[in-house]
Design a protein around this ligand. Structure first.
Ligand code: ADP
Length: 447
């Protein structure tokens, strides 16, 4: 099985555009009629639904932003009567009220369909077992993967997140071929297998479907080696539907994730001006849900930064998106260069003796921005070091640390084009917040 829905996944672009345009026209009229917020938004922009001829008119329509969803908490943007809503999800909402989304039966069918497409792209087949280690609950990950995998004809093991002992037991006893979870949890499982001396020959795992947070090629390598799998990206957000808005194909790993654009029309726009950007340019990803019923959104500003591009003669005609570089609110501008801390993270992750615990400190010296990156060395490497006297001083004289320091500074300069002061430091020495979290960026320029 190469595709879940071959006709749609390989639809010629002109036909796809026609389908999207029809759907957009219908959607605009639907929202204008049913959701007071959208009527007001369109009226204010001086646009009547009949002005929308197709996707080429999309740039004229106003954006929908997260604060609009919050402002209509909980159900103010629903376009159907409550009786037609069969499920409600909400984002984690660590600050304030969560963002609420609703689904009709048809929306759940679309959600399952795009997840089933995603799973086939990831290499899954009917008859395989999926250990679904995404959290079940208000978060869309658990149930989203669950319904999609069932629709495909996989046997779902709905274990949810956490409970590592049990995860490891079921991986050995139930012999699933696939697992879905966050990339960081996949790394944790790989570490535990190694620590407990459980050999990969005890597992049947072949595929890991990973998403819900940004990850890098280095993480992919670690997970692939540690779990003996193909590690495949799945992307999505609850406002648009949940996981399965886009997915990587296992035979095209590393070249981006197909966006299921018959349902979710993507744009990339300038983060400051909102102007649409050409294919391949980096900006904010914006989606219009073309087929949703309960809570469709026009031009939803995801805040995720990436680029989108067509890759011809690949397996599908749909557009691809690159990895998420970060959120538009965490982009730094240093001496005129755009920088995401994940770019530095990617470089650090290739150094075996460095831990993922790092922090960027931005300050200003006169008119000039200055950058320092602090990285804690790996605890196991640290234990093997013979250092005399206070850490910083002794470390400066240690040839291995000295070479690593030099190499990291050079790699950062070569890859990002910015010089940074590098400080290698002792495990645990970068201050953590009360919740134990490490701030990736400390911007002293704002003080
Ligand atoms: P929340 O995390 O706020 O509860 P969601 O679960 O809907 O809400 O999270 C969606 C966000 O998670 C996306 O906007 C994106 O920032 C991030 N995300 C999801 N999948 C990926 C992925 N594969 N790569 C990078 N980031 C991802």
């Amino acid at each position: 099985m190469r595709y879940f829905q071959p006709d749609i996944e390989t639809m010629p672009l002109p036909k796809l555009r026609q389908l999207q345009s029809e759907r957009l026209r219908r959607l605009t009229a639907y929202l204008y009629e049913r959701v007071p917020f959208y009527k007001q938004q369109l009226d204010e922009a001086g646009i009547r639904p009949s002005d929308v001829s197709g996707v080429e008119s999309l740039h004229k329509l106003p954006f929908t932003r997260k604060h609009h969803l919050r402002g209509h908490y909980p159900f103010g943007l629903f376009a159907v009567p409550q009786q037609e809503v069969v499920r409600i999800h909400a984002s984690s909402g660590t600050t304030g009220k969560p963002t609420v989304v609703g689904y009709t039966r048809q929306d759940i069918a679309v959600f399952s369909e795009v997840v089933a497409r995603s799973l086939v792209a990831a290499g899954c087949q009917p008859g395989m077992k999926l250990q679904n280690a995404y959290g079940y609950g208000l978060f869309t990950g658990g149930l989203g993967l669950h319904y999609g995998a069932e629709l495909l004809g996989m046997a779902v093991i709905p274990i949810s997140g956490g409970m590592t002992d049990r995860q490891l037991m079921l991986l050995q006893d139930f012999q699933p071929e696939a697992i879905s979870c966050t990339p960081s949890y996949a790394q944790a499982l790989a570490e535990q297998l190694d620590k407990r001396g459980i050999g990969l020959e005890k597992l049947k795992l072949k595929i890991a479907i990973l998403g819900a947070e940004p990850w890098t090629e280095a993480v992919r390598q670690q997970v692939e080696v540690g779990l003996g799998v193909d590690a495949i990206n799945i992307y999505g957000l609850s406002e648009i539907i949940g996981p399965g808005v886009s997915n990587e194909d296992f035979e095209e790993k590393g070249s981006g994730s197909y966006i299921w654009e018959d349902h979710f029309f993507p744009e990339v726009v300038d983060k400051d001006t909102g102007e649409p950007l050409p294919e391949g340019a980096f900006g904010v990803l914006v989606f219009t849900t073309l087929t949703k019923q309960a809570m469709p959104l026009l031009r939803y500003w995801t805040n995720d930064i990436t680029s989108i591009y067509y890759e011809h003669s690949k397996k599908r005609t749909h557009i691809k998106m690159g990895p998420i570089r970060g959120r538009s609110d965490d982009m730094l501008i240093i001496r005129g260069v755009n920088l995401f801390h994940t770019q530095v993270e990617e470089i650090i992750s290739y150094f075996g003796h460095l831990s993922p615990n790092y922090q960027l400190i931005v300050s200003r010296n006169g008119a000039l921005d200055e950058l320092e990156v602090k990285v804690e060395v790996e605890p196991s490497f640290h234990r093997g070091l013979v250092l005399a006297g206070p850490w910083a001083e002794a470390a400066a004289n240690n040839p291995t640390l000295h070479a690593m320091h030099h190499e990291l500074a050079k790699k950062i300069k070569d890859n990002i084009g910015l010089s940074m002061r590098v400080s290698l430091c002792e495990p645990g020495s970068i201050p953590r917040s009360e919740g134990g979290k490490l701030s990736r960026v400390v911007d002293l320029r704002k003080k």
